[in-house]
Design a protein around this ligand. Sequence first.
Ligand SMILES: Cc1cc2nc3c(=O)[nH]c(=O)nc-3n(C[C@H](O)[C@H](O)[C@H](O)COP(=O)(O)O)c2cc1C
Length: 158
Amino acid sequence: MPMFKESEDRRAEWEIPSGVFVVSLLDGDRTNGYAAGWVVRVSEVPVMIQVAVWDENYSYELAQACTHFSVHILEEGQQDVARHFGRTCGRDCDKFEGYAVIPGVSGVPVLEDCLAHLECEVASRQVFGDHIVLVGKAIEKGIHREGKALIYNYQDYQ
Ligand SMILES: Cc1cc2nc3c(=O)[nH]c(=O)nc-3n(C[C@H](O)[C@H](O)[C@H](O)COP(=O)(O)O)c2cc1C
């Protein structure tokens, strides 16, 4: 029996520290990007990265069949970029408009204004509760500039 009620206090899990990222997705001719905190490296050789996409996001639709995604590591001070990708929906707008974006080797949008990116080919996909988890193998990566990564802080997104 769990020692807590599912609907009650969610503070404990929100204490798990994370960085702040933009994840872009490619599903055929559809692309989108969302702000992400739940990004984990799961293999060193080959480099493999896991992302988790919430089922209320437009990105979830793409995540069900996407072939590639790209993880962009944001820099300290880029909360505005995270708010843009994390507070708008790709159903209503092209979130990349106004941002410098180049196509990755797969065609997935690669955001230039970040510390670094890893472009991944989807290797595994599985639903866990209200998220779909994608694990991707890095097929391309790049350092865009030097700096410190943006750390997730709840207050920044209220
Ligand atoms: C800092 C931050 C971190 C977030 N982390 C995630 C995440 O890891 N997974 C996720 O599905 N949504 C996450 N979100 C929420 C989505 O970015 C947000 O719901 C977004 O509007 C979804 O866009 P879409 O509807 O275009 O997919 C996060 C939002 C913010 C601001």
